[in-house]
Ligand binder design. Structure first.
Ligand SMILES: Nc1ncnc2c1ncn2[C@@H]1O[C@H](COP(=O)(O)OP(=O)(O)OP(=O)(O)O)[C@@H](O)[C@H]1O
Length: 237
């Protein structure tokens, strides 16, 4: 079994005085796609934000590539190679696809090919047909792809994707799944937040299921699929 790239232990987080995460343990190893699952409000986004240093109050250990990142500001965490695509697509509406991609550009990582717009257009062919289109004139799904592509311009080694299949057309969901599988082939590890078991099974190796800020299940996708009690209790509506 390969070493953990990202290792989270006893992670707790608060919004104001309200505690939302109660001791999350998880890890993502090299070459893995891991799904963080659970219903609305279970704590998936908060877990990602806490890992990324975007919450004021949190406690616990977070290590990335051997670095203690629990107290680092988010831009330093990103520079170490941990990318984050938040749920709210923060593209620049008045800038073109190319200009949005340029904003994400960071130096390549030693030993890995750099992401370029041309390479990203192979991953997301739709974007390649509209390099000059302003972000504001793209569909929700296209904006979603652009957000992922822009994060990849930073040459991350691991990317956290918050609900990439949420609220986009089925054809875009398919393309997103293909892109995740391609990213895995390209050696990028992925932690993905997802409510949909079908999508998660298509792309992931393992899953953690969250409820009320705690992990209720950790295991392989087939094991999760074969466990109707866990599915009924924490995933199905
Ligand atoms: N900015 C905030 N201020 C206060 N409470 C928040 C804030 N954001 C989230 N919460 C609360 O924290 C809990 C976890 O929310 P979180 O967004 O992490 O869940 P999630 O599993 O990602 O679900 P979703 O799919 O709705 O994003 C919920 O009870 C939510 O109401």
């Amino acid at each position: 079994m390969s070493e953990a790239m990202l290792k989270v232990e006893r992670l707790e987080a608060w919004y104001g005085r309200a505690q939302v995460l109660f001791g999350i343990d998880l890890e993502v190893r090299r070459g893995e796609v891991v799904a963080l699952m659970g219903r609305n409000g279970a704590g998936k986004s908060t877990t990602m934000k806490a890992i990324m240093g975007l919450l004021e109050r949190r406690r616990g250990a977070v290590r990335f590539l051997g670095h203690d990142i629990a107290r680092l500001p988010s831009h330093r965490i990103a520079r170490l190679g941990l990318g984050f695509v938040p749920e709210d697509r923060r593209i620049f509406g008045d800038l073109s696809v190319m200009e949005n991609l340029d904003i994400g550009r960071q130096p390549p990582r030693p030993g890995l090919p750099a992401w370029t717009p041309e390479r990203l257009f192979q991953l997301f062919p739709n974007l390649g047909t509209m390099p000059d289109r302003p972000g504001a004139r793209m569909s929700g799904g296209e904006q979603q792809m652009l957000t992922v592509a822009r994060t990849l311009m930073g040459n991350p080694l691991l990317v956290m994707l918050d609900e990439p299949s949420e609220g986009v057309a089925p054809v875009i969901v398919d393309q997103m799944a293909e892109a995740i599988i391609e990213l895995k082939r390209a050696g990028v590890a992925i932690l993905l937040s997802e409510q949909n078991l079908h999508f998660a099974r298509r792309v992931s190796d393992r899953a953690y299921v969250l409820e009320k800020g705690q992990i209720r299940f950790a295991g392989g996708m087939d094991e999760l699929q074969a466990d109707p009690e866990v599915r009924a209790a924490y995933l199905e509506w």
